[in-house]
Design a protein around this ligand. Structure first.
Ligand code: 5AD
Ligand code: SF4
Length: 483
């Protein structure tokens, strides 16, 4: 049984391979490596209904979907990847760019058609678009039965039962997470690497970004609860954990006593069995030297930093309200590279922010070359509701944004290629994630620096750490042989 978390295959935007099996951070991606496979654990026999979930967007959303599967199993729903047998179909939506939102309505149009003669099939919409649109979704998409937001996932079973029992539409959107974060059950889509949310929401107000609006204020989980989850993961055989949040580098500032991400890495870094810890995604302003030290000193912490810069130009950064200048970012990169010379550094960059001049855009391109990023998620600026920059008069025409994006992508590919070529003839430790989707004869895994490597090997290596000698490199992936 397999479940594909579909992402738009927009060719214009690049998405770096991140720590999940299907490897897509932002919602529009050119990454096509392995799709996620539904858990191989036995399905309990008391499940008499089926739920299908289509997930758009970031790892937080993918992780949320795993919790939806867990919650729904408790009321008798088994996960399926077959829409034809689904009694409940859920769209877990992303609002970060217009394209992702448009996709929601085209999926709902399709689902409406295929459920026309299945009156008992329920359609639910959750995630960021649901949080933003609430009951407007009923008007735009008459087939929708349930709308729930990003702060009340734990209520999904009740909402489903309510819709089932009353035959009426149900909407529940709340504006904040509950005071005591509920620990929700989870069915993980991958048996090797797992996501663990450590902080929800974002307190920054970047002028382009809808995330603070749809995900709310920062709220950290307690280190004890995180450690408990990771111990359970270790006991179930997981070797890799990605600590997740919209702004993980802010972790712990709201806890009593206050701690920071570096403390957390040290606390959970020694959990026996978890060989690799990563964190996604952070803000350069919050990446303090203690976090870099923790990554350098804790064996399981991977030498991998995803630090979105967004633009390589001071005036643009100021108008984005990022709170740092290019020089500040470069100093952080220097600190990381001085302390951890082999660290991979990846980023996010937006092309065509309102008012961005040609010269300012070229500063972003130059920065990619100068920093030598291992990879970057790139995107054309997309005006979003509730964000100040959406109303600015100096919007960049669509064609210009696309042209800039193409140019930026060329610089990113070149930079990734150079970084990957540095690994030729080295031996890298891989965590083997599964068969390559492009060539099932090969296995695929990731280095500690999060690079995708394909190699020939026996299926029994899936889930294991192996050493592979790198033989060839392209901008997106490496190829090697067992060492
Ligand atoms: N337009 C384009 N890209 C955006 N991002 C966030 N908001 C927008 C927007 N309005 C990008 C940023 C962020 C990533 C997750 O998505 O680069 O880091
Ligand atoms: Fe998309 Fe942001 Fe929501 Fe993730 S948090 S799904 S990137 S809008």
């Amino acid at each position: 049984m397999s479940q594909t978390f579909t992402d738009d295959k927009s060719t214009a935007e690049l998405t770096i391979p991140v720590a999940s099996a299907d490897a897509c951070c932002a919602e529009e991606t050119s990454c096509t490596e392995p799709s996620v496979v539904l858990s191989t654990k036995p399905v309990p026999s008391n499940l008499d209904k089926h739920v299908y979930i289509e997930t758009f967007g970031c790892q937080m959303n993918k992780s949320d979907s795993e919790h939806m599967f867990g919650l729904l199993e408790e009321i008798g729903y088994a996960a399926t990847d077959d829409l034809k047998i689904a009694d409940l179909m859920i769209l877990n939506t992303c609002a970060i760019r217009g394209g992702a939102e448009d996709k929601v309505y085209s999926y709902l149009g399709h689902w409406r058609k295929i459920t026309r003669d299945r009156p008992d099939t329920l359609i639910a919409v959750g995630g960021c678009v649901a949080q933003d649109e609430g009951e407007n979704l009923f008007e735009r998409s008459p087939a929708v039965d349930i709308v729930f937001g990003t702060h009340n996932l734990h209520r999904l079973p009740d909402l489903v039962l309510q819709a089932r029992n009353t035959g009426k539409r149900v909407v529940e959107i709340i504006q904040e997470l509950p005071e005591d974060l509920p620990e929700t059950p989870v069915i993980r889509m991958n048996d090797t690497t797992a996501w663990v949310s450590i902080i929800y929401g974002c307190d920054y107000n970047c002028t382009y970004c809808i995330v603070p609006y749809v995900r709310g204020r920062e709220k950290s989980r307690s280190p004890e609860s995180i450690a408990r989850e990771m111990e359970e993961l270790a006991a179930s055989g997981y070797k890799e954990v990605t600590l997740l949040g919209q702004n993980v580098t802010a972790y712990g500032h709201d806890l009593d006593p206050q701690i920071h991400l570096g403390d957390l890495i040290r606390q959970v870094g020694g959990i026996s069995g978890i060989k690799r810890i990563r964190f996604l995604t952070g803000h350069p302003r919050d990446l303090n030297p203690e976090i870099i030290d923790a990554v350098a000193e804790v064996d399981s912490a991977c030498e991998y930093f995803h630090l979105p810069i967004q633009a390589g130009d001071d005036r643009t950064l100021r108008r984005m309200a990022r709170g740092y200048k290019v020089d500040f970012y470069k100093r952080i990169v220097d600190q990381i590279r001085t302390r951890i010379p082999d660290a991979a550094i990846t980023s996010d960059i937006i092309a065509g922010f309102p008012g961005e001049t040609e010269e300012e855009f070229l500063n972003s391109v130059r920065l990619v070359e100068e920093i030598g990023f291992d990879a970057c998620n790139t995107a054309a600026y997309s005006p979003r509701n509730h964000t100040p920059s959406a109303n600015w008069p100096d919007q960049i025409p669509h064609e210009v944004k696309q042209e800039r994006l193409r140019f930026l992508n060329m610089a990113v590919s070149e930079s990734s290629h150079k970084c990957n070529q540095k690994l030729l003839n080295t031996v890298q430790e891989l965590l083997v994630e599964g068969r390559s989707t492009r060539n099932p004869e090969r296995l695929t895994g990731r280095t500690r620096t999060n690079k995708l490597v394909n190699f020939a090997g026996d299926e029994k290596l899936i889930g294991q750490l192996v050493n592979v000698k790198i033989q060839s490199a392209n901008p997106w992936a490496l190829r090697g042989e067992l060492a």
